[in-house]
Ligand binder design. Structure first.
Ligand code: SAH
Length: 450
């Protein structure tokens, strides 16, 4: 039995799904943040649970050749990045291992070669900056949450973000101080400014700055607009988002444009997309383009084929597929996203894509009942993966190919197993790194009917 505060010599072998180093002490699994595969260290046990324990490196005895010194002063207080202690090659190896482990252990399938497409840019790739606002010594601060908490770590310059995102944030903080604008306190549901949010369209250079407020208006809004325009001359749109609920959801339902356009637009895979503050949009545009190209290739559609894109968001994947397909049907549960998808189809002159707003399971069941027989079904669900009724309906429609785009290898693997029980087999699997320096990774797999 491991004892808290005892120190043990260990050798690390592999990583947890979150990228923590894994070692075994007396047969018990211990997770240690900041440890790399192959390293030897003395580890102090800090927490003992039933199945596993957590430890901390007391003394590193032998460092991995992949260990690097973090280039970010906020690492590890800031909960944003957690891989800045290893080189990118090792990070990709971890990500590949994470997908492979899930597919073999949970999915019961052999993913084969499983290439993971690394990003050319591991810094400055994020097109969406979401800064929670907090308070320190009576002054407003903004940055990121400390891991597993809602304590705001003030960050002046985040390496993952575009410089103008930080410039906007810093200018808004100065304006808040000068105008004595209050900071939202989530425990009391009091105070005004909750989050600062900057969305950048790297394809067009357009920028939207959004201030999320627990109220309908801010004092001296003209001053705010001036401050943001001065700090970020390239800004196209300044929006106030009203969120008066006591909730973890960042954005509310109500928006008011303070200056400029209501929305911005970006180019993606040769198409043009409208982005409102509320639209879902992959945070890494360059890597998203590669991900969608892989999904398109795996779907392998021709003009004789119908494809269904479940969880279509604002229609990004649907419109990419429509280039090859006879018809694409996109399904999405959020009404505003479906409006965006329709608008995006129209602005690109795409006439062979139709969209409707429904739960993926209900929609798939309805399409199956209507006798729609798609050649391919593409799914891109949120982290929790597919519901069982979606898998049932896919089995009924019996497409030749299922292309599964996933942001969570664990639920992907669970669903792959269920699909193999419905007569599908895994043909290929790839990872695409949309989130360098974090443990997150996207994957895209192709399953074919046997
Ligand atoms: N494919 C899109 C969006 C993927 S994000 C893109 O790459 O841009 C996942 C989407 O699934 C979100 O837009 C979310 O609103 C939607 N969603 C979540 N639960 C759903 C459900 N039960 N039925 C349909 N769509 C759902």
């Amino acid at each position: 039995m491991l004892r808290k505060n005892e120190i043990y010599p260990v050798t690390f072998a592999g990583y947890s799904a979150e990228g923590l180093g894994v070692c075994r002490i007396d047969g018990q699994v211990v997770f240690v943040a900041g440890a790399l595969d192959g390293e030897r260290a003395e580890v102090r046990i800090v927490k003992v649970l039933k199945q596993l324990a957590y430890g901390r490196i007391e003394r590193l005895l032998e460092a991995s050749p992949h260990r690097i010194v973090s280039d970010c002063p906020y690492f590890v207080q800031c909960g944003g990045c957690s891989m800045r202690h290893m080189d990118y090659a090792e990070e990709l190896r971890f990500k590949q291992g994470r997908i492979r482990d899930a597919l073999t252990r949970i999915g019961g399938v052999d993913p084969g070669e499983l290439p993971v497409l690394g990003a050319e840019e591991t810094d400055g790739y994020r097109n969406k900056a979401l800064f929670p606002v907090g308070e320190a010594d009576g002054a407003p601060i903004a940055g990121f949450y400390r891991a597993r908490s809602h304590d705001v770590v003030p960050v002046e310059r985040c390496r993952l973000q575009a410089a103008h995102a930080d410039a906007a944030k810093n200018a808004i903080l100065t304006w808040m101080r000068e105008n004595r604008v209050s900071v939202y306190d989530e425990t009391q549901n009091k105070g005004l400014v909750r989050h600062l949010y900057v969305r950048s369209a790297f394809g067009t250079g357009q920028v939207l700055v959004c201030v999320v407020v627990n109220g309908k208006k801010l004092p001296n809004e003209d001053g705010l607009v001036d401050a943001i325009r001065k700090a970020v001359p390239e800004v196209n749109s300044i929006v106030l988002a009203v969120n008066r609920e006591q909730t973890n959801a960042v954005l509310g339902a109500e928006y008011r444009t303070l200056w400029g356009a209501d929305v911005i637009e970006d180019t993606l895979c040769g198409l043009n997309f409208r982005l409102s503050p509320r639209s879902f949009y992959q945070v890494n545009r360059k890597q998203a383009q590669r991900l969608y190209a892989i999904a398109r290739e795996k779907a392998a559609l021709t003009k004789n084929d119908t494809a269904i894109d479940l969880y279509c968001g604002t229609g990004t994947i649907s419109l990419v597929l429509a280039k090859d397909a006879g018809e694409v049907i996109g399904v999405e549960v959020i009404p505003a996203a479906i409006e965006d998808a329709k608008e995006n189809a129209a602005r690109n002159g795409v006439e062979n894509a139709r969209f409707f707003c429904a739960d993926a399971g209900e929609a798939a069941a309805r399409l199956a009942k209507e006798g729609i027989r798609p050649t391919a079904v593409v799914v891109d669900p949120p982290r929790k993966g597919l519901s069982e009724d979606v898998i049932e309906a896919i089995a009924v429609m019996s497409p030749d190919r299922v292309v599964y785009v996933s942001c969570d290898p664990g639920t992907l693997a669970r669903d792959v197993k269920l699909l193999t029980e419905k007569g599908y087999s895994l043909v290929s699997a790839e990872g695409v790194d949309l989130f360098p320096r974090t443990p997150h990774v996207e994957s895209c797999v192709l399953l074919c009917r046997e």
